[in-house]
Design a protein around this ligand. Sequence first.
Ligand code: IDC
Length: 481
Amino acid sequence: MAKKHRRTWIAALAVASALSLAPLVACSPSAGQPTAKGPAADAGAPAAGETTAEGPATPSTAGALRVEGSRLVSETGEPVQLRGVSTHGLAWLPQYVSQPFFDELRQDWGANVVRLALYTAESGGYCTGGDQAQLKQLVRDGVDYAAKADLYAIVDWHVLADQDPNAFIDDALAFFAEMSLDLADRSNVIYEICNEPNGATSWEQVRAYAERIIPVIRANDPDAVIVVGTPTWSQRVDEAAADPLPDPNVMYSLHFYAATHQQDLRDKLEAAVAGGLPVFVTEFGICDASGNGAIDYASADAWVALMDRLGVSYVCWNLSNKDEASALFQPGCAKASGFDEADLSAEGRWLAGVLGAPGFDAGGAGSEGEGADDGAPAPIAAPSGELSGTSGSLAWTASVANSWTEGTSPCRQYALSIRNQGDAVSSWEVKVPIGAAFSLQDGWNGEYAAEGAVLRIANAGYNGAIPAGGEVRDIGFILRF
Ligand code: IDC
């Protein structure tokens, strides 16, 4: 009822002051978007094919994937976006590779891909004393569990401390020869042949390595998608773009840690994709590049918004209970499956919100404030109460003016007020972390932009000025979860 009143009020306002309401921005892709049928190489097209009414593309719906232009596409050429999680090192934390947990990743988390990270060089890594037979079996099992769970699986040769993938190229040649033979019949496998070349390793060196590994895989699996890392911890997609490999089913990885890697790396991603390079974010975190430190939610949400807009696939680091910010589970959590919201770390709760995690909605996480970093909101389900925060000297409050359900989707109408605790301003912008996937249904007396799980609101043309100590009100919006 209040909703109806509100609409009447808007109409009156529009007539009275001849003001146009801010144009609505497309809803968050994680909330579900229609499938685009446009040319696969059109990087500017909305992210699509990934989230349809039936859910994200999976091996059973999209089949064997391939690369077309800058996009990953299904067997029938529909754009596909993969979104999921990476294991930590299989040698150290093998317990998360299981059928029950991979089933959960697909059904409860809403993921459509899992990455199996096989460290090459660290202590106990594949080339440095690890039990190779056991590790290969874990990879085979992981791909099998993923197939049964209807997930794509990335076999990740996790070059890190070794810096240059050529350091252990003989092991890599033997590994990929054997794995591609064993997995040749699997249509859910993606090969990632070097996680993060780093140190002084140049693109020429990575390219030379790829030119030796790719034919070995192709001998058994002519069509699988292969992802190649790029220099500087997989950030130099520009160098790959300048001299790409001739194989048409190759993608190039870009990795980011949101608190460290900001707009300049986002620009690199956008430029590479706009130039036609197929890029896959096979690893990212939302803390700093050490895998720890404070979470940067604003940067994380900006990354998600960009990747969703470009249709770029992304995989979050890492499935572990380590005491580090990039671990998806609470430190020491002893479970290996059967997770619920309380078991998730701050990054885990954020990711569940981004993926739309259907299995976590029912329990109504709503764990606002509970152990969250930086006071950031943590709910996964639709937030039920008032949201508030500050942007510089502006203190804002978004209170729930009305709530209802459309179909099975909760909707909330919010009233926003902003108090200026500093000097007079002539314009304003606030970022409201919603903490759950949403779509913006309506908004008034402001300019609205949905960025991942954050709603950015700037002043309209007529309400930018707030005197010192003053307040603006009558700003409102409707979200559907
Ligand atoms: C980190 C793990 C950490 C482990 C360390 C070294 O989170 O527990 O001790 O590796 O093995 C990467 C790497 C990834 C890193 C991660 C965070 O691909 O292996 O994991 N990171 O440092 N690139 C950038 C960041």
